[in-house]
Ligand binder design. Structure first.
Ligand code: SF4
Length: 228
């Protein structure tokens, strides 16, 4: 009980991340636009459940990076900085420390490995890799041209793994840039985006882990009442 309380106390301590106007993190761009808006305009700390979830992800990522480093023939870098200026707008940049990728160099070949932890890999195999994960890796492939991409899914419970090779896709890159522009414009205008994840079957799962769910649903019901 004593130990559990100490661990919970440390897990519960979360600082709210500081965002800079016009700077968008590669790992968040494919989150629901409304959630990203809330997290910048009226942020709340991460819940203990979400913190546990991300902590396990970090531990697995570190283990995989450390294990790869033991292989003599490969060079491994993790937590690398990424900066991709918007192709046309000087006020927008995709930037951040890429916590969930590992750069693996074998001879002249470079691999950008994105590690994603997942529950019950077996039951989810049929819809992997997820588009938002491909899009995130696609950004890193833009930052590391001529690299091969690998998404490595790791089951949090069984440690089963599945990997997918991904090549840079310019159309998907443009789609991601459009999302950044949309979010940027909503933020500048202080206009709440639609509840994107609720309206999109493939993104709906995000609502189950969203700290802003109560606020979002209150807003939806208030909008519905106003329409009556
Ligand atoms: S509850 Fe769902 S739709 Fe609403 S902000 Fe969160 S992720 Fe987006």
């Amino acid at each position: 009980m004593v130990v559990k309380e100490i661990i919970h106390k440390h897990l519960s301590y979360t600082s709210i991340p500081e965002f800079f106007d016009g700077e968008y993190w590669p790992s968040q761009i494919w989150y629901c636009l409304r959630k990203q808006y809330y997290s910048r305009i009226s942020p709340i700390p991460m819940s203990l459940e979400s913190k546990k979830f991300t902590t396990l992800g970090t531990i697995i990522h570190e283990f995989i990076a450390e294990t790869l480093k033991k292989e003599e023939s490969v060079r491994v870098e993790s937590e690398v900085p990424v900066r991709i200026p918007h192709p046309n707008r000087h006020d927008v940049v995709i930037s951040g420390r890429a916590d969930d990728i590992i750069i693996v160099t074998v001879g002249k070949s470079r691999y950008v490995v994105e590690v994603k932890t997942i529950d019950d890999l077996e039951s989810k195999r049929s819809y992997l890799p997820r588009k938002e994960h491909i899009a995130q890796l696609n950004l890193y492939l833009r930052a590391y041209p001529n690299s091969k991409g690998i998404i490595l899914y790791v089951d949090r419970g069984s440690f089963e793994m599945e990997e997918f090779e991904i090549s840079f896709n310019p159309d998907l890159f443009n789609e991601t840039i459009k999302r950044v522009e949309m979010l940027h414009d909503y933020l500048i205008k202080r206009e709440l985006p639609p509840p994107e994840a609720k309206e999109n079957q493939d993104m709906k799962w995000q609502c189950d882990f969203c700290e802003y769910r109560a606020k979002c649903e209150k807003q939806i019901s208030s909008n519905n009442n106003n329409k009556k």
